[in-house]
Ligand binder design. Structure first.
Ligand SMILES: NC(=O)c1ccc[n+]([C@@H]2O[C@H](COP(=O)([O-])OP(=O)(O)OC[C@H]3O[C@@H](n4cnc5c(N)ncnc54)[C@H](O)[C@@H]3O)[C@@H](O)[C@H]2O)c1
Length: 256
């Protein structure tokens, strides 16, 4: 989900739709797992199922990469890993800074999955002078006063913001002014950025709220199907919403 002042077209300049770009990491994750098991080829159906995507959509997505697979054989796993990595720009090293080294920033710094995917944590930055100089995940925390020089020296173009919400816009502005053009924002703030800067927002509470919505809907559907289910003459009433009628043998249905 991109936020901010910039509005990108739904299609990237190279003609790959944004929705396809968003699915490429899912294919890559599934393909990397196959590669680690030394699986040489995979059918579109198998890969689609491993990536949690519809197979027709997968074939369409791969057609944008110029990858059509071989009939009866499928796709070459290693080649597809290379193709998707190249398309996503993962064949080069991306130095990343994390700003705000509290609970979340430290957890991200300790996550090994970035380095293995080509994202090198170039620096950890925090405003707390007591944190500066401390080691987190084997990397020294630097004071926010050094932000501009760190970005310049390391050629950083991607910044991760894990500060409190109130500090996020100011941190974002400094990152952008220093040359950062992509921001991954964990703070609960909608960031304003100039054209040419991409912002991705991660909010686990929004994901949980969506799951809560589905849970609520499933519960309502289960209740509705229980209500409409014809009961056998001697069936015992069960579950929520069913109660004994006043004469003791006719089940009364509570309205939802
Ligand atoms: N997106 C999500 O799913 C998700 C999940 C958990 C937390 N969060 C958010 O992530 C942020 C961090 O959470 P946390 O629990 O790690 O908080 P925290 O208080 O443990 O850490 C915040 C750190 O930011 C530093 N900081 C404050 N102002 C700064 C500035 N101007 N420049 C640099 N550093 C600064 C603080 O010194 C502190 O070390 C919060 O905004 C929180 O709401 C998001």
């Amino acid at each position: 989900m991109a936020t901010g002042r910039n509005h990108r077209p739904a299609t990237r300049s190279r003609g790959i739709p944004e929705a396809t770009v968003a699915r490429l990491p899912l294919y890559l994750r599934a393909l990397t797992a196959l590669s680690e098991r030394s699986v040489p080829t995979v059918s579109s159906e198998e890969l689609a199922s491993a990536a949690g995507v519809n197979s027709a959509k997968l074939r369409k997505d791969f057609s944008y990469l110029g990858s059509y697979g071989t009939r009866g054989v499928g796709y070459d796993v290693e080649y597809l890993v290379y193709q998707i990595s190249r398309e996503l720009g993962l064949t080069q090293d991306w130095p990343v800074v994390i700003v705000g080294i509290g609970n979340l920033g430290a957890a991200l710094a300790n996550y090994g999955g970035f380095a293995s995917r080509g994202f090198r944590v170039a620096a950890l930055i925090d405003a707390d002078p007591a944190l500066a100089g401390r080691q987190v995940a084997g990397i020294e925390v630097r004071h926010v006063d050094e932000l501009e020089s760190i970005i310049d020296t390391n050629g950083v173009s991607i910044g991760v913001i894990t500060t409190p919400g109130g500090a996020a816009q100011q941190v974002c502005d400094r990152l952008v002014a220093a040359g950062v053009t992509s921001i991954l924002n964990f703070a609960p703030t909608v960031l304003s950025v100039p054209d040419g800067v991409d912002v991705r927002k991660v909010d686990l509470s929004i994901e949980l709220q969506i799951l809560a919505f589905h849970e609520q809907r499933k519960a309502a559907e289960a209740l509705a199907s229980e209500v409409s289910e014809p009961l056998a003459p001697d069936a015992t009433p069960r579950g929520p919403g069913r109660d004994q009628g006043p004469d003791g043998d006719i089940p009364a249905v509570m309205p939802a």
